[in-house]
Design a binder for this molecule. Structure first.
Ligand SMILES: *Cc1c(COP(=O)(O)O)cnc(C)c1O
Length: 401
């Protein structure tokens, strides 16, 4: 992404661990997906949770992107980044009454309903505000997306969405209500999907429900196919965007609607890297460790999902050593990579953890009272600090003694 000398300069200037994002890549990832859907009206709603830095949201808002939000704070971040309110969707199984009220007052595009009880609650709140809530229903198609169980969301044992039958009941109820307006239908079956088949099977099921609703004079305008497009962290297969878009069109079988897509990972993952520095090298009975200054609090995915991130050294060498790359946190699960062949590095050497733009900083925490890392962006070959490193004062400022 950038040359070695620059990584060293970045480490000197901004210290490590450091997140580095390439804004041209984010832009191209967005435009490639938009292009794939150009045959039809489409709305790309970037999933804010993947990376919610305001600069990234603004970059996408300026390109015309909408946003898929899973808390009202994400809705606020999207709005202050310049997003059109009519391109904001509010999803999630546990929206609070306050969040629903605020979202309705902001007049965003729609709320994704995840249960009958939530529907009744939204109706009640809309009635108290004397307005009509635009809704979409998240259908759980009970189709196995064949991804990690923690990021699988479209099976009946997952907490997300409602069955086709329950969805039908929700739409019929909403049609009779003065305070509800059904405008969308939604599914999102999981993340890091490498195969289009389960997505297209879901699309076909949900599309046939949409057709049925039409017969009941319930006119759905937004067909929301969720996110989940996988990326290549290692040697995974990836989804061909053209095949994906064509498959969705085929599932729609001529029905007129706007296709909504909610990608998070595929927009930002490969545009981000985490730069870390070797603190110590250690050998336990033939097992070699590189202890680096980035840890599970900075990048949780390896610890949480045993996820693979490529880790590259800035040094070249023919003599490679098998290392586990671990952080300073007091947990055996604190690792960034296991069994990696790297040059025999020393204290002060830098490592680049690749594809860390999605679910990286956004999942970071202060565990072990570690300070959250800084983030920089490469914008037209210039480096811009887009989040300063947390300070000790930031860390304790909410505590009351
Ligand atoms: C997380 C999420 C997404 C984005 O998923 P990616 O795998 O990052 O593309 C989209 N829609 C909903 C409802 C989500 O919860």
């Amino acid at each position: 992404m950038i040359d070695i000398k620059n990584y060293e300069n970045l480490a000197k200037t901004y210290k490590t661990p450091l997140y580095i994002y390439d804004f041209d890549k984010i832009k191209n990832n967005y435009l490639d997906l938009k292009e794939a859907f150009k045959a039809r009206k489409s709305l790309i709603c970037y999933a804010v949770k993947a990376n919610s830095n305001l600069n990234i949201l603004k970059l996408l808002a300026d390109l015309g992107s909408g946003f898929d939000c899973v808390s009202f704070n994400e809705v606020k971040k999207a709005l202050i980044s310049g997003a059109s309110r009519y391109k904001i969707i509010f999803s999630g199984v546990g929206k609070t009454d306050d969040e629903i009220e605020n979202a309705l007052k902001e007049d965003i595009l729609m709320l994704n309903i995840e249960s009958f009880e939530e529907l009744l609650n939204v109706e009640k709140i809309a009635k108290s505000l004397n307005l009509k809530a635009r809704i979409s229903v998240r259908v759980n198609p009970n189709i196995n997306p064949k991804t990690h169980p923690y990021i699988s969301t479209g099976l009946k044992e997952n907490k997300f969405g409602v069955s086709i039958n329950e969805a039908r009941k929700i739409y019929i109820y909403a049609k009779k209500s003065d305070f509800l307006e059904s405008i969308g239908i939604h599914f999102h079956i999981g993340s890091q999907l490498s195969d289009v088949t389960p997505i297209l099977e879901s699309a076909t099921l949900v599309s046939s429900l949409m057709r049925e609703l039409k017969a009941l004079e319930i006119d759905i305008k937004f067909f929301d196919i969720g996110g989940g497009i996988g990326i290549k962290y290692d040697d995974e297969k990836t989804i061909n965007l053209y095949e994906y878009a064509q498959g969705v069109l085929k599932a729609l079988d001529g029905q007129d609607c706007t296709i909504v897509c909610e990608p998070g990972r595929s927009i930002v993952a490969n545009a981000g890297e985490m730069l870390v520095k070797v603190l110590y090298k250690k050998e336990n009975d033939g097992k070699n460790f590189l202890i680096v200054d980035g840890a599970m609090n900075d990048l949780l995915r390896p610890s949480l999902y045993n996820a693979f991130h490529n880790i590259v050294s800035l040094k070249n060498s023919q003599d490679l050593v098998n290392f586990d790359i671990v952080g300073p946190i007091c947990e055996s699960g604190d690792f960034l990579g296991k069994d990696r062949y790297l040059p025999n590095l020393d204290k002060g050497d830098l490592l680049v953890v690749k594809d860390a733009g999605a679910y990286g900083f956004s999942m970071s925490s202060n565990y072990n009272s570690r300070l959250k890392p800084a983030e920089v962006a490469l914008i037209n070959s210039e480096v811009k600090l887009i989040r300063k490193r947390q300070s000790f004062e930031d860390l304790i400022k909410d505590e009351r003694v």
